[in-house]
Design a protein around this ligand. Sequence first.
Ligand code: 3PG
Length: 392
Amino acid sequence: MRKKTIKDIPNLFGKKVFLTVDFNISLENGHVANDTRIVEAIPTIKYLLSKGAKLIISSHLGRPSGHDPNLTLKPVANRLEQLISKKVNLIDRYWEKSALTKINKVPKGEMVMLENIRYVKEEELNDRNFSKHLASMADYFVNDAFGTAHRVHSSIVGIAEFLPAFAGLLMDKEIRMLSEAIEKPKRPFLLIIGGAKTPEKISVIEKLLDIADNIILGGAIANTFLAAWGFGTGRSVVDYEMVEMARVVFWKTTRKHSALLLPLDVVISDKDRKMKPQVVEYNKVPHHVAIFDIGPKTMKNYQELIREAKTIIWNGPMGLYEDPRFAKGTDSILKHVAESKAFSIIGGGDTLTTIKKEYVEKIDHISTGGGAMLVFLENGTLPGIEVLLDAK
Ligand code: 3PG
């Protein structure tokens, strides 16, 4: 069944829309450090407002475990106000019935934002009563949060049981772009995987072994594959629980379509990065050092594959790019992907922050999804998308 988008809603004038967005963004000294996810949701917000709808916006920020217990969306609401020149009323204690009166009192032309929904325990439980309560705030449910569509939470999945559900414009674009790349890729199709989160990424690699022509690895996941191959990785970040799985993927590669490529050389330093960075062959990493980037031979090899590719999907950095001494591998991949004529998609929370402005326009699609993009690549759908397919 086809998903419905906000363009399919017949009459929005005077209607209330519960809009789920992914404004889970990094803050620096209490201010928004990267507003990409807010900017990307603006077309949906503007469309709904232009049709005369009243918006109740919901997002999470951080996670209750290990974060500030009072993490507030206030800086996000302020940034949205600046971008859209409309007042955003941040509402707390909205799980109480009395909040409905407060929400209804917000004047026409102003917006409501619910305070950090992940911090309400019923949200993560996808609690049916909580979902029903959220639904009672509005006439329609719109989901524009591709980045959280892999979560089975009340404001993403549960609420759709009680309201007609529609995809926002960003959600629609994310699904179209990623589906185009994996369903009918122009060949050669190159998959570039870096960074950590090895378990999720190994599943994607395994799934795309049949589809991608070349899969190239960098970052912590490449270390795990080097360890699986039996090479010493010294004190590098390796996901030892995934080594066995990496062996299985190697074995499968011999029977599948894709070629799986590992770094030929790597940049090393000691664990504290005090030692001057040095380039060594992939099989000559001393036991007392760690790998922090791909080396020049690898970059050259990967550049050639990028040049030949007609479809490229990239998720995760090639090394510890936060330290400029180890950013060359990631920068080189970014430059060549941006310059290539291939249909290119970049995603992943980490990768998003590495995108230099001059390259942004040269990439066909920069996905706002990190984990969500990986699960979508693996399964071709997400729980938060499935409920939009069942739109009433
Ligand atoms: C993300 O940043 O990738 C999304 O907002 C999902 O966040 P979560 O992993 O905390 O659900």
